[in-house]
Design a protein. Structure first.
Length: 142
């Protein structure tokens, strides 16, 4: 059993030392490749998660106007800012944005259903707004 399986943190420290020293002979190439791929998947999942929260709150905002709060508004603004930061730091995620929006809407819809106790039919199966609206629209506009 190597450090990767026994002590992941120790493995990361050893591998980073080998990388900095350009010691390619002692690098754990297979596990390094897997971990780098996993980091990329995490960034993609982060985008989906943030969109899900954003879309769930936008749905609540539109379908429960009597319950609007500063907390909902802050969550929407924060998710928008964090999505913008994520895309700025990872511009190669931009082509994935449309697909992520569609996937995230389904989960955002489920979030809105669970958090509002409104009937599922209240929230359309297809998004009632587009990606641009979700990311930038003024909440005071219909």
């Amino acid at each position: 059993m190597n450090d990767y399986d026994r002590d992941f943190y120790a493995w990361t420290q050893t591998q980073s030392t080998h990388l900095r020293r350009h010691d390619t002979q002692h690098l754990d190439w297979e596990n390094l490749a897997e971990e780098i791929e996993a980091i990329g998947r995490q960034e993609r999942q982060e985008l989906i998660n943030r969109l899900r929260v954003l879309l769930g709150h936008l749905l609540k905002w539109h379908y429960q106007p009597q319950n609007r709060s500063h907390s909902w508004e802050a969550t929407i603004a924060l998710q928008r800012d964090d999505i913008a930061d994520l895309l700025r730091d990872n511009p190669s995620l931009k082509p994935f944005l449309t697909e992520a929006f569609a996937d995230s809407y389904k989960k955002g819809r489920l979030l809105a259903i669970a958090e509002t106790n409104l009937p599922a039919k209240t929230f359309p199966i297809e998004p009632p707004f587009d990606l641009d609206y979700a990311l930038t629209a003024d909440l005071d506009q219909p």
